[in-house]
Design a protein around this ligand. Structure first.
Ligand code: PLP
Length: 347
């Protein structure tokens, strides 16, 4: 890996961050707060939240088995993705490489930040080739994105490919594990201590059932986390989100129960979906959704919308012609989908 100083944009490397009142105060037993121009009435939301979310990081560190100073929280993983570009990529000069097809936000954030985005097409089974990825890399490549299990294909990406890129590429490798709880394979978190160029993304939005509170996690060695902390908005995680997440992590065993139900239902729904007249192929899934090739995705999608059932039409995505992406719902929700499609007369 190049030295971090060579990878980070010069203006970010030399940045003096904004210091908020709650950043400076580190003491324990203060009881009168006259430092932040808050209103003394309307507690508890009158107070600024902890800018570094220390209590929550302490809990997540224990659950994930990583040091607290290796954790960053963002307004969804999407904030962490955007920060990667703002920290590492000089607009108009640097580039990022990603597997294709994959999660759309990597490309959108590249466009927003005026960073060239290089898509490396996977094979028909949605597996990438490490040599193709490395061939797309040049001296201005700062980031390589993997997503595993991958969205929208739903499958785990071959760890041998990711490992090879982690070893051979001298920039930052991002492994987005939004769906890792469903994957049945180990997380890259176990490699964090040995890999200074690895950033792992996870989220509260999927298995944890909290998409509404907007809380994403990035894990990396403390030097990278320190840079993310100085670039983020000072109070990027609001008080209500921090409180709600704390309540949830105190009873996080519930997550395992949800995951088990969803995995069981995934098996059933995929098997039933494969029997439908409209279905050509159901792709294997290691996530809480699956991709299916159908005879006419646009017509099937429109029909379902008219029945009040919304799936995702991914037909315009590379390798996903005539494909729908279906999230695993409750048994009742999935039965509504199946009943509607059993009654569907292909036009
Ligand atoms: C859903 C999803 C996320 C989660 O984004 P949040 O901003 O944390 O809600 C991240 N990556 C991928 C690939 C996803 O599908």
């Amino acid at each position: 890996m190049k030295k971090l100083e060579e990878l980070v944009r010069p203006n970010i490397w030399s940045l003096s961050p904004y210091t908020s009142a709650r950043d400076e105060y580190q003491g324990k037993d203060a009881k009168v707060f006259l430092d932040a121009n808050e209103n003394p009435y309307n507690g508890p939301v009158n107070r600024y939240p902890d800018p570094l979310q220390r209590e929550l990081k302490h809990r997540i560190a224990a659950i994930k088995g990583v040091p607290a100073d290796s954790i960053f929280f963002g307004n969804g993983s999407d904030e962490a993705i955007d920060l990667m570009y703002r920290i590492f990529c000089r607009p108009g000069t640097d580039n990022a490489v990603a597997i294709e097809p994959t999660y759309g936000m990597y490309g959108v954030c590249a466009d927003i930040n005026d960073v060239e985005y290089r898509r490396v097409l996977m094979d028909e089974n949605f597996q990438p080739d490490a040599d193709k990825i490395l061939a797309a890399v040049d001296t201005n490549t700062k980031l390589v994105f993997f997503c595993t299990p991958n969205n929208p294909s739903g499958n785990n990406i071959d760890h041998n490919v990711i490992d090879k890129v982690l070893e051979s590429f001298d920039g930052i490798v991002i492994v987005d594990e939004a769906y890792i709880d469903f994957a049945g394979v180990p997380s890259y978190l176990s490699q964090l201590a040995d890999r200074p160029n690895l950033i792992v993304l996870q989220t509260f939005s999927k298995a944890w059932g909290m998409a509404g509170i907007r809380l994403g996690m990035a894990f990396a060695q403390p030097e990278i986390i320190g840079i993310m902390n100085k670039v983020k908005y000072p109070y990027n995680i609001n008080l209500l989100t921090q409180k709600r997440a704390m309540e949830e992590v105190m009873q996080f065993d519930r997550v395992q129960g949800w995951v088990e139900s969803i995995l069981k239902e995934r098996t059933r729904l995929m098997a039933e979906f494969a029997k439908l007249d409209c279905c050509i192929k159901v792709y294997p899934s290691d996530a809480n959704f699956f991709l299916a090739r159908v005879k006419d995705a646009a017509a099937t999608y429109d029909y379902l919308v008219n029945q009040g059932i919304i799936v995702r039409n991914r037909s315009k995505i590379a390798l996903c012609g005539n494909s729908l992406r279906v999230t695993i719902g409750t048994v009742a929700e999935d039965n509504s989908l199946l009943e509607a499609l059993r009654a569907y007369q292909q036009p």
